[in-house]
Design a protein around this ligand. Structure first.
Ligand SMILES: [Fe+2]
Length: 382
């Protein structure tokens, strides 16, 4: 599958991954064949990109949290936030139950890695971002050895870390391009607003309220709102900050397309010791696929291969299918290599988007006899 900008979608393309909305319902279902009407609707929904089948790397991606649980918790959170907006009430028990459902899936699938980011619409950004940050934070807490009670508190705080945003003008939040100094100042109030909202609810522990308060602090003391440093920022808030940044950079935003999960990890590692604690970033990294299922890699043999299976146990040496040789000639039938079982074959690198598109193009030319022009002509525009 490949991530395609909505502006570049064409009729007949087939959806590779279901997209859910903030009410937990599917906005777009896997295997839907796109028509012009669908594409127009995707524009209206505010989606920027969609995963599309490419005939090369269409593999089911293992999920840490099932779509059903994701939908249920997303719906719960949506309902809770609406209730808060209208009545200033928050159903904490219900939210805790939701976090507990997420944790059940995370623990059951504790060897599963995060392979892809989730596509979301602009309107659903805050809600689905909160859900992802809760999942990523709890995965990291589990890696760090947190017990169940601590994980639930971490998940609840991460789920509500940006609750202060609901008091910020949505026009500022969805603005394309940079913010004015006044607008930035407005947005920077959300941690304190969130803290003040959460601490009015007795059933929310203090450490949960401090996740909202401290998630924009940095370990070098240059964060906000209180310029806390490594020693004084709650570890829960440090974990949430890492998850928050990662999910924000891999998501599409009104002003840019999301980064790949690989690039997201590169960005996090560059921020170690300024924004983040290195041990927390490394604990986080163990949960993110270095070579995601469906990605293409080059091998030291010169071959190009497709990653077919990667878990926490074999994340640096996954199972792959060799698809073409170093001259991009399709190998048929392609053959599998379990890199865990051989020392002779190793990964040179994950191919970037341009290289992957080039190979998709080369292979489609070879598979399709209609394209009888030289390969170079077909792929020159890439
Ligand atoms: Fe925030």
């Amino acid at each position: 599958m490949k991530r395609v900008l909505v502006d570049e979608l064409e009729s007949g393309m087939v959806v590779a991954r279901t997209v859910i909305g903030s009410d937990g319902r599917a906005l777009l279902v896997q295997n839907t064949s796109l028509s012009e009407v669908y594409i127009k609707r995707l524009h209206l929904l505010g989606l920027q990109s969609v995963y599309i089948k490419d005939g090369l790397s269409d593999i089911d991606i293992p999920e840490v949290v099932s779509m059903q649980v994701r939908s249920a918790v997303s719906n719960q959170l949506n309902h809770s936030l609406q209730q808060f907006s209208s009545k200033r009430a928050l159903d904490v028990k219900n939210l805790r139950n939701g976090v507990s459902m997420l944790l059940d899936d995370i623990v059951s699938n504790h060897n599963t890695l995060i392979h892809l980011d989730d596509i979301r619409s602009h309107d659903d950004y805050l809600l689905l971002h909160s859900l992802n940050v809760a999942i990523l934070s709890m995965m990291t807490g589990l890696t760090l050895g947190y017990n169940e009670g601590n994980l639930i508190d971490l998940g609840l705080g991460a789920l509500l870390h940006d609750i202060g945003m609901i008091m910020i003008d949505p026009h500022i939040l969805n603005k394309a391009g940079g913010l004015t100094p006044d607008e930035s100042e407005e947005v920077r109030k959300h941690p304190e607003i969130g803290f003040n909202i959460l601490r009015t609810f007795r059933e929310i522990p203090t450490r949960v309220t401090h996740i909202a308060y401290q998630h924009h602090e940095k370990v070098d003391g240059t964060g906000y709102p209180r310029q806390l440093d490594r020693k004084t920022i709650l570890e829960y808030a440090q974990i949430t900050a890492v998850a928050d940044t990662f999910d924000a950079v891999v998501a599409d935003r009104p002003f840019r397309k999301g980064y790949s999960t690989t690039d997201g990890m590169i960005i996090l590692r560059k921020l170690v010791n300024t924004f983040f604690d290195p041990e927390i970033v490394e604990a986080f990294a163990t949960n993110i696929a270095m070579y995601p299922v469906g990605s293409l890699i080059s091998l030291n043999t010169g071959h190009i291969a497709l990653v077919t299976s990667a878990t926490k146990i074999n994340s640096s040496r996954p199972r792959v299918n060799v698809v073409c040789d170093s001259n991009f000639n399709l190998i048929y039938p392609n053959f599998e290599i379990d890199l865990q079982k051989t020392n002779e074959v190793s990964i040179v690198k994950r191919l970037n988007n341009e290289e992957t598109d080039m190979i998709r193009c080369q292979l489609s030319v070879q598979k399709n006899p209609v394209h009888d022009n030289p390969v170079e002509q077909h792929c020159a525009s890439l």
